[in-house]
Design a binder for this molecule. Sequence first.
Ligand code: NAP
Length: 267
Amino acid sequence: MGTLDGKVALVSGSGRGIGREIALKLASEGAAVVVNDLDPEPATQTEQDIKAAGGQAVACVGSVSDDGFAERFVNTAVESFGGLDIIVNNAGYTWDTVIQKMTDEQWDTILDVNLKAPFRILRAAQPYIKANPTDYHRKVVNISSTSGFYGNAGQANYGSAKAGVIGLTKTLAKEWGRYKVNVNAVAYGFIVTRMTEVTAETNTTLNIDGRDIRVGVNPDRMAAMATTIPFGRGGTPKEAAGAVYLLCTPESDYVNSQCLVVDAGRV
Ligand code: NAP
């Protein structure tokens, strides 16, 4: 028996990193998971890993920023598993520079993937949620960042998007209380994934959504950052996923409209 037996979950950006661990955790607790990624390979990998462990999953490949994606994502859950109980808006990435060098494209792209996409997915889910009331609580967890909570130099676009995610969360928590849906956010500090991998290369680039994005943290900067984290290290994707799982359990049914900062108490 899993805590989430019979539940159906959407997890965007779950081919890699934190999203993948969230999908694996929810599935291991009994949820049927709609996995999403930009690329078919990582999405299929997560889907297969869930099935190999005895869980239920289906992949819904595509960019969360695409027109029509939100409706397709929601329909995949309803058509494949007959329901929709948990929505985790996790897909996102950074495209950093100081404000005087930031282009409109850089601003719009990052707002689109981190803020507009969660808005569209939640909007697409509303008709189904309204038409299909439950006697248990449904859960939404939107992924924010300490860059949105506290601000971070070089991230005017990303910090604004992730702050917007908190506003979206708190607004929907009020709108959707009547549907018995808990809407919360998780703001991560430093979690070790490919976006934040410690690398001696200062120019590591990844092609994400057709764009070359510089990623990685140089070892000196990481060493300095570690001194500000009480545990002296960044979090693992598994630890990051645990926080989302807590907000998906029945035990958190009276936790609503919150932004849980998951940064190990960084100062
Ligand atoms: P990651 O390892 O790069 O994983 C991100 C995942 O999202 C990848 O599977 C990626 O797909 C997918 N993705 C990106 N853009 C997408 C799009 N347009 N449509 C669908 N999928 C998309 O990053 P992560 O560190 O796990 O980040 C997960 C979330 O946590 C993000 O919202 C991020 O902003 C947030 N966050 C992370 C940290 C941190 O320290 N790592 C801190 C604060 C907040 P591809 O692999 O195909 O590109």
